[in-house]
Design a protein around this ligand. Structure first.
Ligand code: F6R
Length: 242
């Protein structure tokens, strides 16, 4: 695992956007796995700036979603499909055809999870998977004690994660209780994992991910098992590293 400490979130976003740009220059139709939440926004902004300035042609890129709330009405602005379309697909000048994600409104959620794993494999697998990290060490929505071999499936959010995500909703009660998330085993199949963590609130989770044992209680520690994992942290998130 490679750990890169940068000054702040903006520097992290720029560094990772350049990594993605290099991937797209090498492989124009790369499948980019994207996370939602606040952390990756500087990456998407830096990538969009490269496209708009003409420094990068991202027109062949394909985008795959990491996770999705279950039960939000179609088109809800905080469904992760809506967020990824708004923050990534549209700014990069791509269309919905370039986008794939799990169906959080499916009647048969289990079948939707299996279909998504199959779709990812049929698309050739994820080339670069962006990850954020929860204050409890989750990646995707694999909460503590998720199996390190898990596949895409339905999960119940912890109280902590629902509280953390309440800022995106009008009221805390609106945060769904369930999500579909790529499993840890699914995530580990991506060819390159890039995790960004910023702010002091992530410092403990980062320390356990990077310096603790590989353990299901800290799902992000599974990155230690991956042959090509990059963890980019700002100085605040790095503050508990030894
Ligand atoms: C969301 C996701 C989550 C977030 C994590 C951190 O797609 O994968 O694991 O990355 O909850 O969220 P922020 O970045 O909002 O602190």
């Amino acid at each position: 695992m490679e750990v890169v400490i940068v000054q702040d979130a903006e520097a992290g976003g720029e560094l990772i956007a350049e990594t993605i740009a290099n991937l797209l220059r090498r492989k124009p139709d790369a499948l980019l796995g994207v996370a939602t939440g606040s952390t990756p926004l500087p990456i998407y902004q830096a990538l969009t700036a490269k496209v708009r300035s003409g420094a990068l042609d991202a027109s062949g890129a394909r985008i795959a979603q990491l996770d999705e709330y279950v039960g939000l009405p179609a088109g809800h602005p905080e469904s992760y499909r809506s967020v990824v379309l708004r923050e990534v697909v549209e700014p990069l000048g791509l269309t919905e055809d370039a986008f794939m994600g799990p169906d959080g409104a499916a009647e048969d959620v289990q079948a939707a999870c299996e279909a998504y794993d199959l779709a990812l494999a049929q698309a050739g697998g994820v080339d670069l998977q962006l990850l954020g990290i929860g204050t409890d060490g989750h990646i995707g929505f694999n909460e503590p004690c998720s199996s390190l071999a898990s596949r895409t499936r339905i999960k119940t959010l912890t109280r902590q994660t629902r509280e953390d995500n309440a800022r995106f909703f009008d009221s805390p009660d609106e945060v769904p209780h369930h999500v579909i998330t790529q499993g840890i085993g699914t995530i580990l199949e991506a060819r390159h994992l890039v995790l960004l963590a910023t702010g002091e609130g992530k410092a403990e989770a980062v320390a356990q991910t990077v310096e603790g044992p590989v353990a299901a209680v800290v799902p992000a520690s599974a990155l230690q098992l991956h042959p090509h994992a990059t963890v980019v942290v700002d100085e605040a998130a790095a503050s508990k590293l030894k």
